[in-house]
Structure formats: C-alpha cells, structure tokens
Write a protein that binds this ligand. Structure first.
Ligand SMILES: NC(=O)c1ccc[n+]([C@@H]2O[C@H](COP(=O)([O-])OP(=O)(O)OC[C@H]3O[C@@H](n4cnc5c(N)ncnc54)[C@H](O)[C@@H]3O)[C@@H](O)[C@H]2O)c1
Length: 250
C-alpha cells in the first residue's frame, strides 16, 4: 500500500469542524485526499481546514431548501453532521424533531443526490454515513435521533443499490458513545431525564449496554471511515459497521 492511498481523491466531510468529523477530515487528508470541511461553525471550520491544508464550506445543513440546487463534485462524501436532543416524547418540541430530521436525514439525501452524478460519470465514489448504534437499536428519550438514524440507514442502503453499477459504495458506521463535544453536552440532559447525578451518566447510561466499558475515541471511528473509502473496501456496500464495544451483540 502507498503512504497516500487517497491521493487524487476529493472528499467532503460534513460536521468536519469537531469531534468525529474533524477526526475523519484528518484521517482522509493524511491518506492524501483533498478535503473540504463543511460545517456551520465558521471559525472552527477555518481552523480545521487550515490544519489539514483543506478547504472550507461554511453551510447550515439544516437549511435544506438551499441544498436542492447544490452540485457536489467530489469522490468521497462523509455525511457526519449531527446534533442531539434528550427528552421524553411528550416533552420534545415538534420543531426540534423536525430540525433533527432535516439535518440528519434530509440533508444527507440532498448531498448524496448532489454528489452522485459526478461519481457516476467517473465510475467511482465512496459515501459514508455516520449513523450510530441508535441506527440499529433504540434508547428512551432520543426519539428524534433514533428516528433520524434509522432513516439514514435506509438512505444508505438504497444508495448502495443504485450506486453499485457505477462503482459507488455507500455504508453506515455505527458507533456507541464517542468522546466528543456532542456527548459532553448531553450529560446534563441525560442526568435530568434519568433522574440521576451527572457524575453517574457515563457509567449508568452510556456504558451500561457495552461489554467494553469505555468511550470510543474519534480517531478509532475515523480509521474505519477511511478504510471504507479505500480501494480495499470496494466490495463493501450497503453495510452497517458497528463499533460499539459489543452493545449490539445482545
Ligand atoms: N459522539 C457520539 O457518541 C456519537 C455516537 C454515534 C454517532 N455519532 C454521530 O457522529 C456524528 C458526529 O458527532 P460528534 O459527536 O462528532 O458531534 P460534534 O458535536 O462534536 O460535531 C458535530 C459537528 O456538526 C456541526 N453541525 C451541527 N449542526 C450543523 C448544521 N446545521 N450545519 C452544518 N454543520 C452542523 C457542528 O458545528 C459540529 O462541528 C453525528 O452524526 C452523531 O450523531 C456520534
């Protein structure tokens, strides 16, 4: 294998300014890809792109109408941007439910739709969708997120079926809890929803289902994403790769 197996490939990573997306942007750039960081956070996007000698696309991906006319000339698309809301169904604001579906199902659909024509033309493409263990299993108090990730699984599989004849693969990556700002931000909400102190959230909520009792590191997820973008993974499509410390073995 060469040191830069993705040399000559262009990649777009949504939510690439933080957490898993940032680790993916780095992992793809290290392997030689020319990476565009697509994120709503202007300053963090500039920092991330600067660090990998990449490009910026400052964009609110929840503004899905604006995405309808986008043309995305890229070889690799990592649909990663996401947010979380922790609340019982009876407490969740309908607008929060809709926002999560727009950002985490509708935007990935529109970006796939925008990227496929150029991938088809070149006969090569890699789409990786950052799903979650919650794309395969449910947890209480996460109705919008669980619904969105299950929807993303469907989008990924249909993309795999349609893209296959054109050399385009589409896969999901399904981590359990990863050490990122998204997880740190939900500790207070989880404590309130479950009626336990914040210090107990990681052990009693986040790690109860896993056999390996620790948080995943963003770089571990990024390494799997980079492999899915490689030539070696050319026959892997329509799959959902768990990295969940054994959660879904139950
Ligand atoms: N952290 C985990 O435990 C975990 C586990 C499984 C799956 N995931 C998934 O991984 C993905 C990344 O999560 P993370 O933990 O790295 O989160 P994070 O909060 O660290 O990063 C998310 C990024 O998305 C960007 N973003 C948010 N709203 C946006 C919008 N409207 N338009 C454009 N960009 C926007 C943010 O600015 C941020 O840079 C998400 O899809 C999440 O559901 C995370």
């Amino acid at each position: 294998m060469t040191d830069h197996p993705l040399e000559g490939r262009r990649a777009v990573v949504t939510g690439g300014a933080s957490g898993i997306g940032l680790a993916c942007a780095r992992a793809l750039a290290v392997r030689g890809a020319d990476v565009t960081v697509a994120d709503i956070d202007r300053e963090a996007t500039a920092r991330a792109a600067d660090a990998i000698d990449g490009h910026t696309w400052v964009v609110d991906l929840a503004d899905t109408e604006a995405l309808e006319s986008v043309v995305l000339d890229t070889d690799i698309l990592v649909n990663n941007a996401g947010i979380q809301r922790v609340a019982a169904i009876t407490e969740l604001a309908p607008d929060d439910f809709r926002l999560i579906q727009r950002l985490m199902v509708e935007a990935p659909f529109l970006l796939v739709r925008a990227a496929l024509p150029c991938m088809y033309e070149r006969g090569w493409g890699r789409i990786v969708n950052l799903s979650s263990v919650h794309g395969l299993r449910a947890s209480a108090y996460k109705v919008a997120y669980v619904a969105a990730k299950h929807g993303l699984e469907g989008l990924s599989k249909v993309t795999a079926l349609e893209g296959g004849p054109y050399g385009v693969t589409s896969n999901c990556v399904n981590p359990a809890y990863v050490r990122t700002p998204l997880v740190e931000k939900q500790i207070g909400d989880q404590a309130r929803a479950h009626g336990i102190p914040e210090e107990e959230v990681v052990e009693k909520v986040m790690l109860t289902e896993t056999a390996v009792k620790r948080l995943i590191e963003p770089e571990q997820v990024a390494s799997l994403v980079a492999w899915l973008c490689s030539e070696d993974a050319g026959m892997v499509s329509g799959a959902s790769y768990t990295m969940d410390g054994g959660w879904t073995a139950r």
